[in-house]
Design a binder for this molecule. Structure first.
Ligand code: ZN
Length: 301
């Protein structure tokens, strides 16, 4: 692919401080998730939307803080997950990337895919011993509504959350992005009406993105006519997971030399899939031999 410009979250605050907003074009990171996990449309939309939501929510936190969204339900998709930090690093996952739902039921109906269940939001900060955790019932499973419900229930924040992932006829991500508007406490009643009016009039968010309108197009769909001030947020979005081959090797070290010997004997390289990003790792036989040497040399710590 030609050099595509990296994107970042754009943050705004109303001149009169009645609301704050964050807008993002997350097309590239959602495409990357799809490339790693080979997700079909329903999983692409579920994981993609939750990645967009996590990125937007994390942009309202502080340095090195992160937010994780876990959707767990009784539908065939079972669960999907996304995590992002303030600095724009994001990852997402579902254990059922190839799920397909019968057309009659609504092939792109996330509500049916995830079913009834719970959304858990976990916020972590580097120096906090305990993560902050909130759980609400899944409302529609369309992700945006559920995040808005969580913000209201857990933080008493009125918000508009709109997320879109557009998949083309071949199942590939054409665009992905979203906006979150959070009202400040005591925001005037007519403001909510005005925002809702824009909300009702809006075109399709992912459609505008696909047409190349970028962040400005989304912002204008929702916030035209408002005096805004843009806040600095100089972090490029990046699909990033903390997993690595070293981690798999470390896990094998913990198994001990008997198991590693057996793998070498059976001529079976060690395989593992990261459950957070879907990357597949293989430790080949000669690498296993090196590990075994280390194990036989005894503990190094
Ligand atoms: Zn990973």
């Amino acid at each position: 692919m030609a050099q595509e410009q990296k994107s970042r979250v754009h943050r705004y605050v109303a001149q009169d401080l009645s609301f704050r907003a964050a807008v993002v074009d997350a097309t590239l990171v959602v495409r990357e998730m799809q490339a790693i996990q080979n997700t079909y449309p329903i999983a692409t939309m579920a994981v993609g939307r939750s990645m967009v939501a996590a990125v937007l929510m994390a942009s309202h936190l502080k340095h090195r803080q992160q937010v994780s969204l876990y959707f767990r339900g009784d539908g065939p998709l079972e669960m999907f997950f996304a995590e992002a930090n303030f600095e724009g690093e994001v990852r997402g996952y579902t254990p059922h990337p190839h799920l397909e739902i019968h057309k009659k039921l609504g092939a792109t109906n996330l509500g049916i895919a995830i079913g009834k269940g719970l959304l858990t939001v976990v916020r972590t900060a580097p120096h906090q011993k305990h993560a902050q955790r909130g759980t609400v019932e899944i409302q529609t499973g369309e992700v945006g509504d559920d995040v808005a419900y969580y913000l209201l229930q857990s933080h008493q924040i009125q918000s508009i959350v709109s997320l879109g992932v557009k998949v083309n006829a071949f199942g590939y991500v054409e665009s992905a992005g979203g906006i979150i508007i959070e009202l400040m406490p005591g925001a005037p009643e007519d403001l909510i009406k005005k925002l809702e009016k824009n909300f009702a009039k809006r075109g399709s968010l992912s459609e505008s993105l696909a047409e190349g309108g970028g962040v400005e197009a989304i912002r204008d769909l929702y916030l035209k006519g408002f005096q805004l001030q843009e806040l600095e947020h100089p972090y490029d979005l990046e699909y990033k997971c903390r997993c690595s081959k070293e981690r798999l090797a470390n896990a094998l070290m913990l198994l001990g030399h008997v198991d590693v010997e057996k793998m070498i004997e059976d001529n079976e390289p060690a395989n593992a899939k990261c459950e957070f990003c879907g990357r597949q790792y293989v430790v080949e036989i000669d690498e296993l031999r090196e590990l075994l040497d280390k194990l036989r040399a005894g503990p190094t710590h």
